[in-house]
Design a protein around this ligand. Structure first.
Ligand code: GLU
Length: 469
């Protein structure tokens, strides 16, 4: 596994796509390069010891500012990984028309080995190191949650940032994925998983594409295996199940669960929260080797944990017809070749998991505008709908039931966020699909089409910047 170079893999994908664009090599080289890499080692007192903590923030592309991307806490963090993830953020933002450059941060710790108080100390010190060098700020670089972090860490970050910038009116926009009470937006936590659902739903709506891989259209009735039951995996499984998919397998790092009749996702989540594990869950078969679960029979496989999970070693045994990349980089380029040859449709990460950053964009907009979505028009909409229904009642002489009246209501912040997310995912899919369809005879993959879509927009932005006189 160590020989897999994640950043190089992303470069390989860009090179494949570049041959379908008209941009000169120098411009492609500039797009590919990481614009700024910041590596920090800082001391933190843990118990009676002083520990040196290794951390990173990489800004991959300054062609649009601020740069944007999550912060990961994992003992596997290294510079190559953070650079690759930062680069993916640039392409991801471009695909979904989020006007940011890509960035990523990482702290090389296993959060499970630290108390909450120690994690707070590490997070606040890391934030201070970012402030010191201009690697955080609403107009510079805006972090968010990623593997091993969530609302709690984001609230420590925003609080530290405000302490150092007490008069900055837009300070809350220095980080996204915050709790609502600290300027977060409704629907951010579920956004990546919900986006995965919207993306897969769109993929499954194309009758021609489904026919080619021997599937019917629609999500309903599709058998799904999800790898990872953290934020992305859980919400993907939940929203897919709510919309009629049958979740037959859930794979976690400690082993997996399989039930051909479907797993009740909420029930499993409750079990996991109570027991701190998914082991011994009574309503599904336990599969010791988590990775083997991905090889079980299913229609859709969603790797939603970490990178490099499907390699040339296990790719030949994957049976899923659709692989939806909830995680970043879960399939290596060699593995992708094998899967494509076997006829699978791979709905690539830079498109499929872009729901998180899309809603982060909405949160940042909310912070800059200092007003929640729907606040101005919610009551007006409700009043208009009700007036319309009253008019229908008067003119038809028939009463509209309370039940029916509830169907129309003023849009809440959550309604608007979900609607904006769904619209974004549908439009981006169709734009990529158009490129894919045009080049299908040249055996272009969906991933390459997504990269072409991203490169065209980033290249055009560079040209407009006039950095190449
Ligand atoms: N960490 C998430 C990702 O990989 C979200 C990034 C963000 O919201 O800025 O896309």
């Amino acid at each position: 596994m160590d020989d897999i170079k994640f950043f190089q893999n992303v470069q390989t994908y860009v090179d494949q796509a570049a041959s379908f664009t008209q941009f000169p090599k120098g411009l492609i080289d500039q797009i590919k390069a990481c614009n700024a890499v910041y590596q920090i080692n800082f001391p933190v007192k843990i118990g009676n010891d002083i520990q040196v903590i290794e951390a990173y923030r990489v800004q991959h592309s300054h062609h649009k500012l601020p740069t944007k991307g999550g912060i990961r806490y994992s003992d596997m963090v290294n510079q190559d990984e953070v650079m690759a993830l930062a680069a993916l953020m640039t392409y991801k933002c471009s695909v979904v028309d989020v006007p940011f450059g890509g960035a990523k941060g990482g702290i090389k710790i296993n959060p499970k080995n630290y108390t909450e108080e120690q994690l707070e100390k590490i997070t606040r010190r890391y934030t201070f190191e970012l402030i010191k060098k201009g690697f955080i700020g609403p107009s510079q670089d805006v972090p968010a949650p990623d593997y091993g972090t969530g609302e709690r860490e984001m609230s420590w970050i925003v609080d530290t940032y405000i302490q150092f910038n007490p008069t900055q009116i837009d300070a809350a926009g220095c980080v996204t994925g915050k709790p609502i009470s600290q300027g977060g937006v409704q629907g951010r936590t579920e956004a990546t998983g919900r986006g995965v659902y919207y993306g897969l739903k769109q993929a499954c709506s194309h009758a021609d594409d489904m026919k080619k891989i021997g599937l019917s259209t629609g999500i309903e009735g599709k058998k799904v295996i999800v790898q990872g039951f953290g934020n992305v995996g859980y919400h993907t499984a939940r929203v897919m199940a709510e919309n009629g998919a049958i979740i037959v397998g859930i794979a976690e790092y400690e082993g997996g669960l399989y039930n051909a009749k479907g797993i009740d996702i909420e029930d499993l989540k409750t079990f996991q929260l109570q027991n701190n594990t998914i082991r011994n869950y009574p309503k599904a078969k336990f599969v010791k080797q988590s990775n083997v679960l991905m090889e079980h029979e299913c229609d859709i496989l969603v790797p939603a944990a970490l990178e490099n999970q499907i390699t040339k070693e296990n790719a030949p045994r994957i049976k899923a017809k659709i692989i939806g990349e909830g995680a970043n980089g879960p399939i290596t380029p060699d593995a992708e070749q094998i899967l494509l040859k076997n006829g699978s449709l791979i709905v690539a990460d830079l498109y499929l998991n872009a729901g998180g950053v899309t809603v982060s964009y909405f949160e940042w907009l909310k912070n800059l505008s200092h007003v929640s979505f729907g606040r101005l028009d919610h009551r007006f909409q409700e009043f208009s709908f009700n007036s319309l229904m009253n008019m229908i009642e008067r003119n038809t002489g028939r009463k509209i039931s309370d039940q029916d009246r509830k169907i129309v209501h003023g849009a809440s912040e959550l309604d608007l966020v979900r609607s904006g997310l769904e619209d974004t995912m549908i439009n981006a899919y169709e734009n990529i699909h158009e490129i894919w369809k045009q080049h299908k005879s040249k055996k272009m993959s969906f991933r390459t089409a997504a990269y072409v879509n991203a490169l065209n927009k980033i290249g055009a932005a560079y040209m407009e910047l006039g950095v190449f006189p």
